[in-house]
Ligand binder design. Structure first.
Ligand SMILES: *Cc1c(COP(=O)(O)O)cnc(C)c1O
Length: 393
């Protein structure tokens, strides 16, 4: 039997831990989706989603994991046989390539390399070269910790007369992506990362230009047809063309209420401090960050594991012996990096706990380090910032 004194700490970038208040809301009886009690929750969620996306446009909701919202973008924006430009820098960016291929685009892949940011100048060159009318890219590349400069990439896309669709599945609600201010045409997200809910809801913030472009294409789509869902959600009261995931909406309503109470700017500030503390801990342990040192990369901290130890053993030791679940590397980074997430329902002590376990695991794996060095450096950051705790509901 599992040792009950090994408490569980979920420090992965999705699913992330959820506040007890959210769990509690989801334990309520299932509501009929056309009953007034649900319509009230649904309407409030749609309004609150607009606040988090920072848009007056539609935030379309689907019952799917985050990739479902990505698929909706490909299904609505890819025109078979026409060029589509994917600007990637890791595993999730490459998912756009697979999606564009699946929907019949002539896909051009601008690969910035795992651990790098996408350079706006490179995007400009590729757009001129391909004449693509749609760009697909990533805000927070969860496989490497990199956060792209979406504002600059959007500007470049628009100057070339292209639309831009951004995968913000792990970034939305952790780092800024003000959709309307930056003019981002499509922002996709999921419920299970910074939005503090279980997996199962996918969101696509879709601006007018993208809706119009989609309406001009007869590429096949049904459940993910943006127009169908936009039409339903725009009704008064709003309606979903298909059964919404009612239980998840009940949780989402509470989670978005917590974000509203904390204040979106304060949510970003909390993530800044968490990211800063995690990077300070890495430096103090004489380890290397994977990817550029970046004040905005506050979603996931990716750490190069020291040479000479079994990389796979670190997440395993942390989970099995200390109850702390972090992620290792994906794809080509398997066993080479450790990823500590801090997007969503996280506060200072979560970071301290995680680095305490990380240090112990590194020691057990045979890496020489000064115990407490990482934890101490993170504590110093928190002390200076005023310790950030998740908002109370
Ligand atoms: C988690 C994630 C996704 C979506 O993954 P799902 O497993 O489909 O929810 C997409 N992009 C990024 C950057 C992610 O972090």
């Amino acid at each position: 039997m599992a040792n009950p004194f090994i408490k569980r700490y979920l420090m992965t970038a999705g699913p992330t831990p959820i506040p007890p208040e959210v769990s509690e809301a989801m334990a309520q009886p299932v509501l009929y989706h056309r009953a007034p009690a649900f319509i009230e929750v649904y309407s409030r969620c749609l309004a609150r989603l607009k606040d988090v996306f920072q848009t007056d446009g539609d935030v379309l909701c689907f019952a799917a994991s985050g990739s479902g919202a990505m698929e909706s973008a490909a299904a609505n924006l890819v025109r078979p046989g026409e060029p589509a430009l994917v600007a990637s820098c890791g595993k999730f960016g490459e998912r756009w390539v697979e999606l564009c291929d699946a929907f019949g685009a002539r896909t051009r892949h601008l690969d910035a390399g795992w651990g790098n940011r996408v350079e706006p100048a490179d995007l400009e060159r590729e757009l001129a070269d391909t004449g693509a009318k749609v760009v697909f890219t990533t805000l927070s590349e969860t496989s490497t910790g990199v956060v792209n400069d979406v504002q600059a990439l959007t500007q470049v896309a628009h100057e070339a007369g292209a639309l831009i669709a951004v995968d913000a599945v792990s970034g939305l609600g952790a780092v800024p992506i003000p959709q309307d201010d930056w003019g981002v045409d499509v922002v996709v997200a999921g419920s299970q990362k910074a939005l503090m809910c279980p997996p199962g809801l996918a969101f696509a913030g879709v601006g007018e230009a993208a809706l119009e472009y989609a309406a001009g294409s007869d590429a096949p789509r049904y459940y993910y047809d943006w127009e169908r869902t936009a039409k339903g959600q725009r009704k008064d009261p709003p309606d979903s063309p298909f059964t919404p995931a009612v239980t998840l909406f009940m949780g989402l309503d509470v989670a978005l209420g917590m974000i509203e109470d904390e204040g979106l700017e304060q949510v970003f500030e909390r993530h800044r401090v968490l990211g800063r503390a995690a990077r300070a801990a890495v430096r103090a342990l004489d380890l290397e960050l994977f990817g550029p040192e970046d004040e905005n990369a506050n979603v996931v901290t990716a750490i190069r594991l020291p040479e000479g130890i079994d990389g796979a053993s670190i997440p395993k030791l942390m989970r099995d012996r200390f109850g702390v679940t972090i992620a290792g590397g994906q794809g080509r980074l398997k066993d080479r990096i450790a990823r500590i997430a801090h997007c969503g329902y996280f506060g200072a002590v979560d970071i301290l706990t995680t680095f305490a376990a990380f240090e112990l695991a590194l020691r057990e794996a045979g890496h020489d380090l000064e115990l407490g060095a990482g934890v101490g450096a993170a504590q110093a950051v928190f002390l200076e910032a005023g310790v950030p705790a998740p908002a109370a509901a």
